[in-house]
Design a protein around this ligand. Structure first.
Ligand SMILES: Nc1ncnc2c1ncn2[C@@H]1O[C@H](COP(=O)(O)OP(=O)(O)OP(=O)(O)O)[C@@H](O)[C@H]1O
Ligand SMILES: [Mg+2]
Length: 291
C-alpha cells in the first residue's frame, strides 16, 4: 500500500484554516502549519481538545479545503482540483477511521466494508470477496453478517479499519480511533495499526489523547492553538531505505521552504531536517444512520 512515488506522501506549506462564525466574524483555527510525511511513516498527532487536530486531519484527508496554503499529496497539487476530482482522489488514496466508527447501522459488517468498493465501481462479486478478505484480516470473519448494533466497540472499530483499507489507500487517517474504547480494546486496535504499518507498509496518521500510544509511533507532532510545536523525537524511524533514497531526489516544488512539521531525522528532498464518499462518503457523513 506504499506509494511508488518518489515524492513525500504529504507536503503541506502554510496551511491556514479560518471558519466564518457570523456575518463579519472569522475564527482562525489553524494560523499556519507546515507538515511533511513520508510513505511508511506512522505519525501521531497530539494536543489539547480544540487545538485543531481534527480540522487539520480533515484537510489532510481532503474532506475540507484550507483557507490558504499548498498541499502536495505524493507530488500532486491536490488543492488545484475540482471538488469531484478531490473526492475521487480521496477515495483512491485515503482511508479514514473515526472515534465513533461511523458505520452504516442498517447494513451488516460485510456491506459496510463493501461500501467504498461500490463507490469505486467494483463489481458485486469482486467487492464481496475483497470485503470478506479484509474482515478476515482484522479477525472479523465470523461476524461479517452482524449489524453494527450486534457488535462490540472493538469489533465495530475492526470493521471500520477493514472498510478504511478497502481501496488499498496510501494513507490511513485515524482520528482518536481508540477514544471510545476501553484500554484493552484500544490496545487491540493499536496492535492492529502496528501490524498494518509494519507488515503491510500502510502509512498512518493517528490522532490521540493517549501519550503512551503516541510514544509507540514513529514520531509525534504536538499541536498547540493550531500550530505544531516541537516534540522530542522518539528515536524510532521506520521509513524504508528505498523511500529514504527516493527522498533524496529533486522535487519539482523545491522552491517551497520546508517547515516545522518536517519529518525529523529523515533526509528531506527540500534539504531540511527534519467516507462518506467512499472510504469516505459513507465515512464522513454525519447522518444519524451511523453506529
Ligand atoms: N465548522 C466550524 N466552524 C467554526 N469553528 C469550528 C468548526 N470546526 C471546528 N471549529 C473550531 O476549531 C477549533 C478546533 O477544533 P478541532 O475539532 O479541530 O479540535 P481538536 O483538536 O480535534 O479537538 P478534540 O481533541 O476535542 O477532538 C475548535 O475551537 C472548534 O470550535
Ligand atoms: Mg478532534
Amino acid at each position: 500500500m506504499t506509494t511508488p512515488s518518489s515524492y513525500p506522501l504529504i507536503m503541506m506549506r502554510g496551511i491556514v484554516k479560518k471558519f466564518n462564525i457570523g456575518s463579519e466574524e472569522e475564527l482562525t483555527v489553524i494560523p499556519g502549519v507546515d507538515f511533511d510525511m513520508h510513505s511508511g511513516e506512522f505519525v501521531a498527532i497530539v494536543g489539547a481538545s480544540g487545538s485543531g487536530k481534527s480540522t487539520l486531519m480533515n484537510i489532510i484527508g481532503l474532506l475540507d479545503r484550507p483557507t490558504e496554503g499548498q498541499y502536495f499529496f505524493a507530488g500532486t497539487d491536490v488543492l488545484n482540483s475540482t471538488d469531484d476530482a478531490l473526492s475521487s482522489y480521496r477515495s483512491q488514496n485515503i482511508g479514514f477511521v473515526f472515534q465513533n466508527f461511523n458505520l452504516i447501522s442498517r447494513v451488516d459488517a460485510l456491506k459496510n466494508v463493501e461500501m467504498p468498493l461500490m463507490y469505486a465501481g467494483v463489481g458485486r462479486k469482486e467487492r464481496a470477496q475483497r470485503a470478506e478478505e479484509l474482515l478476515a484480516m482484522v479477525g472479523m470473519a465470523d461476524r461479517m453478517h452482524h449489524l453494527p448494533t450486534q457488535l462490540s466497540g472493538g469489533q465495530k472499530q475492526r470493521v471500520a479499519v477493514a472498510r478504511a483499507l478497502a481501496n488499498e489507500p496510501n494513507l490511513l487517517l485515524a482520528d482518536e480511533p481508540t477514544g471510545a474504547l476501553d484500554s484493552a480494546t484500544g490496545r487491540m486496535v493499536m496492535d492492529m495499526f502496528h501490524d498494518l504499518h509494519q507488515n503491510q507498509g500502510v502509512s498512518i496518521v493517528f490522532i490521540t489523547h493517549n501519550p503512551e500510544l503516541a510514544a509507540e509511533c514513529s514520531r509525534t507532532q504536538t499541536m498547540v492553538d493550531g500550530r505544531f510545536v516541537s516534540t522530542p523525537d522518539h528515536g524510532v524511524h521506520t521509513v524504508a531505505a528505498p523511500l529514504l533514497a527516493a527522498a533524496e531526489t529533486t522535487s519539482p516544488i523545491a522552491e517551497i521552504p520546508s517547515g516545522e512539521g518536517s519529518s525529523a531525522g529523515v533526509s528531506h528532498p527540500l534539504g531540511s531536517p527534519g467516507q462518506p464518499a467512499t472510504a469516505t462518503d459513507a465515512q464522513s457523513s454525519t447522518t444519524a444512520d451511523k453506529e
